[in-house]
Write a protein of this length. Sequence first.
Lengths: 142, 142
Amino acid sequence: MADQSAIEEGLSFAPQFGADGLVTAVVTDAKSGDVLMVAHMNEDALRRTIESGEAWYYSRSRKKLWKKGESSGHVQRVVELRVDCDQDALWLKVEQLGPGACHTGRRSCFYRAVPLGQKGAVTLEFRDGDKTFDPKAVYGKS
Amino acid sequence: MADQSAIEEGLSFAPQFGADGLVTAVVTDAKSGDVLMVAHMNEDALRRTIESGEAWYYSRSRKKLWKKGESSGHVQRVVELRVDCDQDALWLKVEQLGPGACHTGRRSCFYRAVPLGQKGAVTLEFRDGDKTFDPKAVYGKS
């Protein structure tokens, strides 16, 4: 492992990929500041993102590299990319092209709130839950 | 695994902890919208956060439950808690008490930008990199 002080205070970009070869990527809307999604990048996805200025990720479920918007056209232009103190998480401020980032047809993946102050089973509440596009039409499958 | 449609469209809170027993928690400043940190919660940390309205996490490096601010006093009051489509990530909008969230002495952990459009080795640039507190004074060690 690299020296902690160099990782935290240095200017060498040394992303700390986990045992699974991935770093966490938090994606926010550059205008609204809302969190759009949380995704993961492997080294290849990160390199392509830096070189192109458009967001690439690694899908853990599909086990493959993917460019955001490759199916939907909902590309993410990266306005700013930041790395955190221990260099194991990235923050992408993006211009989200098209009506949304979420595969369920919504602008953000975070469309439900967890009410606070409860004990036991928790019932969610929709927030900004309206669909902004039809995922069946966009992705061609349900 | 629970039914995907129920996880994505239902109102039952069913957080999908990973093989390590954790979900990813993205923490933003409720006022500025800036991402302050990325952390992880186990079931106990999540339950305590929901019940108390103050943020608890699980430290992967220290392998223990911790309340944010327990050493520094820099407690996070949760203004809103949201869950994402597949319920494996959480978004906490918080009121960050004290001068900052990052153990390096800064408001946010994301104080360096990764310039885009480069190939090969990447040199970071400080952004909002000024320290807002002295971590040695706050945590009592370097």
